[in-house]
Design a protein around this ligand. Structure first.
Ligand SMILES: [Zn+2]
Length: 128
């Protein structure tokens, strides 16, 4: 499982009713877009504070030009470079069947659902 640092963020995500809509119906802005952290095509919008279902990075607009900076926004005290390294180490060590790279719905999202279940939060409906 992918380590999760921001439980409040995943709870916000779980209460988002748009999660229940079919993914195709939500791709209206030219997406999917490449996540600046894991670099997979997992985002439906760009620089719109969407959380990547694969790595958990919240896309606040940070990218290569300022990857080493800690912006202190939704990604807390982690720079994009540090998040990339954490994700790369995780993927190198695991054979996570939930990873997008293995056809899953995303390592972060599958882990987030388990955390929500354990905490007694209402389980989100499947996106598809
Ligand atoms: Zn990502």
């Amino acid at each position: 499982m992918l380590p999760i640092g921001q439980v409040h963020t995943l709870c916000d995500m779980a209460s988002d009713e748009s999660r229940s809509l079919p993914r195709r119906a939500r791709l209206m802005d030219g997406g999917p877009f490449k996540c600046p952290c894991c670099r997979l095509m997992t985002l439906e919008t760009s620089a719109s504070f969407e959380i990547c279902p694969e790595c958990g990075w919240e896309d606040d607009g940070q990218d290569d030009f300022n990857a080493d900076k800690v912006l202190g926004g939704p990604n807390g005290l982690e720079s994009l470079t540090a998040a990339r390294e954490r994700y790369a180490a995780y993927i190198a060590e695991s054979a996570d069947p939930d990873s997008v790279t293995r056809g899953g719905e995303g390592s972060w999202w599958s882990t987030a659902k388990l955390v929500i279940e354990d905490s007694g939060e209402k389980r989100p409906r499947q996106a598809e």
